[in-house]
Design a protein around this ligand. Structure first.
Ligand code: THG
Length: 264
């Protein structure tokens, strides 16, 4: 399973300051520690919630240029705004990236899916539509199928798509943990070839003992076929859960990675 490092996210107060102050050393430190911890991608989300679209464009250009001067790890360009996604892709100068993301809304699809094609870059599709995040497995799957159809129309292959079944805090709706897991399993079944991803930690929001919940949820999600997780690569409990789950579902030949991690 691919770990996408989540720590460069300007919705967090500390990161927002780093972006606003163009704090190069702190940004690089965040990128380097996540890369060293084994992140396959580093998520870059510079949306501070204040300021204009142009601010976010200039910020993502700065963040991406800065990181890639010293870090080789592919970047996951994270924005709801297609113009910000394109600015990030341009700043990558053809280096490997992941587009995060499009939802199953016509206007969004028409702007984002062509970027995946033009920049030859894999794309995350969210299981949501113009109305929001559906409450049922069937409606979330329908959103994914609409994204798959738009990709087919634009010549983007299913193999380069990562579907995100979306994680909602179980503290707000106790049914939603299972809806996410069942959507994940259904995506693997109905859209074979496509990959899956999710942002893990949201599941435990508002509850005590969050690590326990995140670890348990990660085990269940890997059983259901999760291919990538947006998570904290420095969280040893979570990284350990990736190792134990992959050994248990037969994705770690001779338990080599598990054994090595245990020894270390
Ligand atoms: N799916 C996709 N992309 C995503 C998400 C997703 N991008 C953003 C987000 N969700 C994943 N990224 C983060 C980054 C940081 C934190 C959580 C998710 C984080 N959270 C702490 C917490 O939950 O308590 C700290 C919060 C705080 O300090 O306020 O650090 O789902 N495709």
């Amino acid at each position: 399973m691919i770990i996408i490092g989540e720590k460069i996210n300007a919705s967090l107060a500390g990161i927002k300051l780093i972006v606003q102050q163009r704090d190069r050393a702190s940004l690089l430190e965040l990128a380097k520690t996540q890369a060293a911890a084994g992140a396959g991608f580093i998520d870059v989300n510079v949306g501070t919630g204040v300021g204009s679209r142009d601010d976010e464009i200039v910020s993502i250009q700065w963040a991406i240029e800065t990181i890639q001067e010293e870090v080789e790890t592919p970047l996951c360009i994270d924005s709801a705004d297609p113009a910000v996604l394109e600015a990030g892709l341009k700043a990558r100068h053809g280096r490997p990236s992941l587009i995060n993301s499009t939802k199953a809304k016509e206007k969004n699809l028409e702007q984002v899916v062509p970027l995946a094609r033009r920049y030859n870059t894999p794309l995350i599709g969210l299981a949501m539509d113009e109305v929001g995040i559906p409450k049922t497995v069937g409606d979330r799957l329908r959103a994914c199928e609409n994204i798959a159809a738009a990709c087919e129309k634009h010549g983007v292959s299913l193999e380069t798509l990562y579907f995100d079944p979306l994680v909602i805090p179980i503290s707000t709706d106790i049914k939603q943990g299972l809806v996410t897991l069942m959507t994940l399993a259904e995506i693997k079944k109905q859209l074979p070839g496509a990959k899956t991803v999710m942002g893990l930690s949201n599941v435990s929001y508002g509850l005590p003992g969050r690590t326990r919940l995140n670890v348990a949820f990660l085990h269940m999600a890997i059983y259901a076929g999760l291919d990538a997780a947006i998570m904290d690569p420095l969280d040893e409990a979570l990284v350990g859960a990736v190792k134990t789950a992959e050994a248990l579902v037969g994705k770690d030949r001779h338990c080599r990675r598990y054994t090595r991690a245990f020894r270390d």
